[in-house]
Design a binder for this molecule. Structure first.
Ligand SMILES: C[S@@+](CC[C@H](N)C(=O)[O-])C[C@H]1O[C@@H](n2cnc3c(N)ncnc32)[C@H](O)[C@@H]1O
Length: 292
């Protein structure tokens, strides 16, 4: 981790990153409204609409894909993050129900005055501009209270039952240990008509010049022992195989492939497991749709 990067973010953000990477520590400290609202990433709720639009354009280049229509749908997100991720967007666009499981969820934080006034109000304005004035702010807040549920636990343990219409996740599956039980849970709640879109980030999650810097220096187990369970280090074909083994028909669409900076230094363990394309895929979408 570059010291200059740690110094460029707030002390709380640095501490959160460092804690996730120290084996033996139980996880990140609790989120605060101040930390979330001063984060350039978390404070911009509209980024979920931007992410979805970009991802849907990429998917549609590879397979038949109509934009997701949330109206009256039952929507599930794996690991929505502290501000409910895709939830507000889905509810604004008419979802009947949004459910997620997020181990770091704090319901009182999401309902706090700071989050309502400084996050949801701005997000509502941005959603209204983007999708049209579908509901005023107070009905929007009421709809969130009535139709959005986030369970504070891991996804595989959450009381979420199927069938669901739409399943999403954003940069979550690479953080899940073990991923298999979560995909097994997805297989239980999905039906033939379920549409899903998962963005998985296979990079090192550090602000390095190349997203794979340091990632392939040693075998996976050695990396995990040294850096802690922050990322599971599965590669794109592993994730696709898990979906298929669990009986979910899915398409894998690389959405960012970056040439390896120093191919000569890749540990033979990685070369023995994966081809160059798998090692160089930083971002990938795992998508499925009955149209497929
Ligand atoms: C990089 S964050 C992404 C959060 C959110 N999707 C976003 O884009 O802002 C990864 C999230 O996955 C969550 N997570 C990790 N393991 C999980 C599990 N087993 N079930 C559900 N969520 C999990 C973490 O708590 C964290 O909020």
């Amino acid at each position: 981790m570059k010291l200059e990067y740690l110094l460029s973010i707030t002390p709380l953000e640095s501490w959160r990153i460092v804690r996730r990477r120290i084996p033996g520590l139980s996880g990140a400290p609790s989120w605060t409204a101040h930390e979330l609202l001063s984060s350039s990433k978390h404070s911009r709720g509209i980024r979920f609409a931007e992410l979805l639009m970009r991802q849907e354009v990429i998917v549609a280049r590879h397979m038949p894909w109509a934009p997701l229509d949330f109206a009256s749908k039952r929507v599930v997100e794996v690991g929505c993050g502290p501000l409910a991720g895709y939830g507000p967007l889905a509810i604004f666009c008419g979802a009947a129900l949004f459910e997620s499981a997020e181990p770091e969820w704090d319901a009182s934080l999401f309902c706090s005055g700071a989050v309502v006034d400084r996050y949801l109000r701005v997000l509502h304005a941005d959603l209204s501009a983007l999708y049209g004035p579908r509901m005023d702010f107070d009905p929007f807040c009421n709809a969130l209270r009535e139709r959005l549920t986030v369970h504070r636990c891991s996804f595989d343990a959450a009381p979420i039952f199927g069938p669901v219409d739409i399943v999403l996740s954003q940069s979550c599956l690479e953080h899940v240990f073990p991923l298999e039980t979560t995909i097994e849970k997805l297989a239980r709640i999905q039906g033939a008509q379920t549409r899903f879109l998962h963005l998985v980030d296979f990079g090192n999650h550090y602000p390095t010049g190349n997203p794979f810097d340091g990632l392939y220096d040693r075998p996976r187990e050695e990396y995990l022992a040294k850096r802690g369970n922050a990322i599971n280090l599965l590669r794109a074909p592993d994730v696709l195989n898990l979906f298929e083994r669990c009986g979910i028909r899915a398409s894998l669409i690389p959405s960012r492939t970056i040439e390896l900076a120093d191919p000569g230094n890749i540990h033979p363990w990685w070369r023995g497991q994966y081809d160059e394309a798998a090692l160089a895929t930083q971002l990938a979408l795992i998508a499925g749709s009955p149209l497929d």
